[in-house]
Design a protein around this ligand. Structure first.
Ligand code: AP5
Ligand code: MG
Length: 216
């Protein structure tokens, strides 16, 4: 399969979880924007220091800080004749247009839909891998790691994200509805969008995605 793919969905819908399977199965290069931003914050780079206050408030980091970074990363992947898997970018119409202006066209947009109840429950119990190159995602209730607090993929320890607090989850969801959900219509009009029921368990969601990709 040679496709450039975007994973779309609300906070906690399961983008990162499915991205981990997709990159491995189809040899895609993942661009996890949220993770990239969290790393810049941890490393206190110039970008990180500016991005921090937005992430802490559940708002989008301004386009001028994010667009060049992600567009350049995607361009490098294309120069290497590889396919990218975008998780968390574009997140508004301006970002979507920036991709096209840079001749970066998506082949497929997979929207993972999930109920608001599920999202809150999932995010509150999420644990992530501390290895910045891994991106392993687990859940204390629905998607436990085999060994407590240890990543199944790389053996590093797990942690809880600073923005996974209940009061922030609500703001992040509102930001999603206002800024990101319009992308569903944007890509639907381009006949690139498929919707996947994300309320099922992790394996079933993965099976639905694989089934679609094997036929198309
Ligand atoms: P980002 O890191 O992208 O966060 P998000 O969009 O809020 O999405 P999440 O990572 O919270 O959810 P997910 O869909 O990946 O779910 P996951 O697979 O982990 O962005 C963070 C911040 O960075 C933003 O708020 C913003 O400030 C900034 N930012 C990022 N991109 C930006 C951009 N383009 N422009 C500007 N700012 C940007 O799953 C969640 C949990 O559920 C896990 O515990 C998992 O194990 C579990 N789970 C997953 N699937 C299932 C299932 N089917 N059943 C049961 N449990 C499941
Ligand atoms: Mg994620």
């Amino acid at each position: 399969m040679k496709k450039d793919i975007l994973l779309l969905g609300a906070p906690g819908a399961g983008k990162g979880t499915q991205a981990k399977f997709l990159e491995k199965e189809y040899n895609l290069i993942k661009i996890d924007t949220g993770n990239i931003i969290r790393n810049t914050i941890k490393e206190a780079t110039e970008l990180g220091m500016q991005a921090k206050k937005y992430v802490e408030q559940g708002k989008l980091v301004p386009d001028e800080l994010v667009i060049n970074l992600i567009v350049n990363t995607a361009k490098q992947i294309k120069q290497q004749q590889k396919n990218f898997l975008l998780d968390g970018f574009p997140r508004n119409l301006q970002q979507a247009k920036a991709l096209e202006e840079n001749k970066l066209f998506l082949d497929l947009v997979i929207e993972i839909e999930s109920s608001a109840e599920n999202l809150i429950e999932r995010i509150s119990n999420r644990r992530l891998c501390t290895n910045k190159n891994c991106g392993g995602v687990f859940n204390l209730k629905s998607n436990k790691s085999k060994q407590e607090n240890i990543c199944d993929f790389c053996g590093s320890s797990l942690y809880q994200r600073d923005d996974d607090k209940e009061e922030l989850i609500k703001t992040r969801f509102e930001t999603y509805l206002k800024e990101t959900l319009p992308l569903s219509e944007f890509y639907s009009k381009q006949n690139k969008l498929i919707k996947i029921d994300g309320n099922k368990d992790v394996e079933e969601v993965w099976e639905s995605i694989k089934k679609y990709l094997s036929k198309n």
